[in-house]
Design a protein around this ligand. Structure first.
Ligand SMILES: Cc1ncc(COP(=O)(O)O)c(C=O)c1O
Length: 392
């Protein structure tokens, strides 16, 4: 983006229109703008490959997109190779197995981790075998369980917005699957490696037929030193699986690649419930990206610096922010998050959906540093502009 979205929105603000999309321009017509405005708009449009629009920090994506290694890998298969059915999915499986020092049989790839997670819900829950999850957490497993008429046991997060371990252990008795999201979306909080190991042991001791899914979609962003992957647990216990995705730190949400790590027999129970079909471009990109460890570390550091700056915007104003280890934060905006979201939206910044019952908490994904400079200005304006009301 040569002329930044930032200056684009500054222009938009100066024009008093809030948001200037190409649609908006079409509606208003070029003659409706002053010469300087037009020049800025034209420059912004030329410098922006995609249609300029709102800053989208609503879906916990990585706004920087894939790294150079992934992009080059896609280019290398874009010719005649992509005219054939994929033969490189095995290479991706091998690359993932190598990264975690497990066998290929311990890896199950899917078109996004969401596909693998839903397949696990389908495999292990039923009308007599509930799903246990935190409240709030990422909603897809709960939706899938309900679609299958499996009961869903919601265990509210604790006062620190962390997963309630004792509550989830109690709820897990007789359950088909425990969805354990670590870091948890939307709170971003983590449980330590020691806590997770103890949790797994306790659940398996009191409910040996229950499967535990450790969702590590955001694990590569974590900086808390007490955190550790659950992969060793998945290697030790057939009833434990770990899922991960290329949609977050790898910046490949649009390419749809995720995977599970676990015992071969457990993965064999999940595999038939997958519905997607991996394509040659996605497999190539993911195999390259997982080996690009320097790029991943850079993404993590970049995210953390921008996240910290965003947290400061809110804490400086007296707003409580969750201890997020992901690429998003959850903020008590002391008013319905819906009102805050709509006000930000009118100023060109799209933030996350509601996560009941935390209706006063807004989930904000971390965009590029430039996007977040604009977004933080908007947040301040919205918070100051509409005043504060007591938190409920
Ligand atoms: C916690 C968590 N798990 C899994 C996913 C699914 O990601 P994908 O299907 O893109 O791999 C998401 C997406 O936002 C998520 O937040």
């Amino acid at each position: 983006m040569s002329l930044s979205r930032r200056s684009f929105f500054r222009t938009a603000g100066a024009a008093g229109v809030g948001l200037l999309s190409t649609d908006f321009m079409a509606a208003r017509g070029r003659e409706g703008f002053a010469g300087t405005e037009l020049a800025a708009i034209d420059a912004a449009l030329q410098g922006t490959p995609a249609k300029p629009g709102p800053i989208k920090i609503s879906s916990n994506e990585n706004a920087y997109g894939p790294g150079a290694a992934a992009v080059n890998a896609v280019r290398s298969v874009l010719g005649p190779v992509s005219g054939r059915y994929p033969t490189n999915v095995d290479d991706l499986t091998t690359a993932i197995a190598k990264r975690f020092e497990v066998d290929r049989a311990n890896v199950l790839v899917g078109t996004g981790s969401g596909e693998v997670i839903n397949a696990a819900v389908a495999a292990f829950t039923s009308p007599n075998r509930p799903l246990v999850e935190a409240l709030p957490t990422w909603e897809s497993p709960g939706r899938q369980a309900k679609a299958m008429k499996a009961p869903v046991k919601d265990v509210p997060v604790d006062a620190d917005l962390k997963l309630d371990l004792a509550g989830m252990i109690a709820a897990a008795k007789g359950a088909g699957l425990v969805f354990f999201c670590n870091p948890n979306n939307p709170t971003g909080t983590v449980r330590s490696a020691t806590e997770v190991a103890k949790f797994v042991e306790d659940v398996l001791a009191s409910s040996p037929a229950t499967t535990i899914l450790l969702d590590e979609a955001y694990s590569d962003f974590v900086v808390d030193p007490s955190y550790g992957t659950g992969v060793p647990l998945a290697m030790k216990y057939p009833r434990v699986i770990v899922t991960r995705t290329f949609s977050k730190v790898h910046g490949m949400a649009g390419l749809r690649v995720g995977y599970a790590i676990g015992h071969p027999d457990t993965l064999k129970m999940i595999a038939p419930h997958r519905t997607g079909s991996m394509n040659v471009l996605s497999a190539a990109a993911a195999a390259a990206s997982i080996q690009d460890t320097a790029h991943i570390a850079k993404q993590r550091d970049q995210n953390r610096a921008t996240l910290d700056a965003t947290v400061r915007t809110f804490t400086a104003g007296g707003y409580r922010v969750s201890d997020s280890q992901g690429n998003f934060i959850l903020v008590d905006v002391k008013r319905p998050a819906k009102d805050f979201r709509e006000a930000c939206g009118r100023m060109g910044v799209m933030i996350g959906r509601d996560f009941p019952p935390l209706i006063n908490w807004a989930r904000i994904s971390i965009g590029t540093s430039e996007e977040m400079r604009v977004a933080n200005d908007v947040f301040k304006k919205v918070l100051l502009g509409s005043g504060t009301t007591a938190s409920r």
